[in-house]
Ligand binder design. Sequence first.
Ligand code: SF4
Length: 255
Amino acid sequence: MDKRGDRAKLYEVRAKSILTPSRIPGITYSLNPYVGCAFACRYCYASFMIRFKNYKETWGNFVEIKLNAPQLLEKELGKKRPGTIEMSLVCDPYQPIEKRYGLTRACLEVLLRFSTVSQYFPLSILTKSPLVLRDIGLLKRLPNVEVGFSIGTHDETIRRLFEPKAPSLQARLQALEKLKEAGIRTYALVAPVLPMDPERLASMLKDVADRVYVDCLNYPWKVKNIYMRNHLESFLTEEFCRHVKQVLTRYHKWI
Ligand code: SF4
């Protein structure tokens, strides 16, 4: 079944499984209630997923909705060996369509209902959306959870160039602050490193993120034209990314 809404074409499916083994160090499973992401960031690292889908829309213009994600999670929690869960790797779990379908929230409810088991499945949520605040009551009660925001620059003009459909930096920082105030562990993922003043970003993150991770731009060819058009080439070097890491390391111990 497919529908149109929230600018991206929507495909409702019934998935076969939901806890997908991950090869990324520190992540045992990825949990994706959706595949595809209406935030459509220009550099999106998850766009390779389009190879496994038969949809005619380009990446960022479709979202696959796994209607049975919570039911699958309930079944798989009791069967899989314990490990960390990342929500999500091939979508933003709080992209706009989550308001309508609530699958991310329903997965959190499953984790809470089965907390004697799920305590052995530490959950890390990664988003760009303040919609995560809707679930703060659930997050506070989950035994082992942290919430992170991707923030690749301090500069809203740069954010608009690379992530025009994603929430503003201010909205992300305010959400991190509210999560921290609620006693939830927080982190910032400075990835990909975009053009920025790292000193300013470090001070913006200082009081709202318990931890900060930094990762360079992995697929520069995807966004090289944006750098060229806007005379930002000097920020596209490995040296610049190393510099950002050094500065943020000075402010944040856990990188
Ligand atoms: S929010 Fe994440 S998953 Fe969504 S388009 Fe941007 S980088 Fe890709």
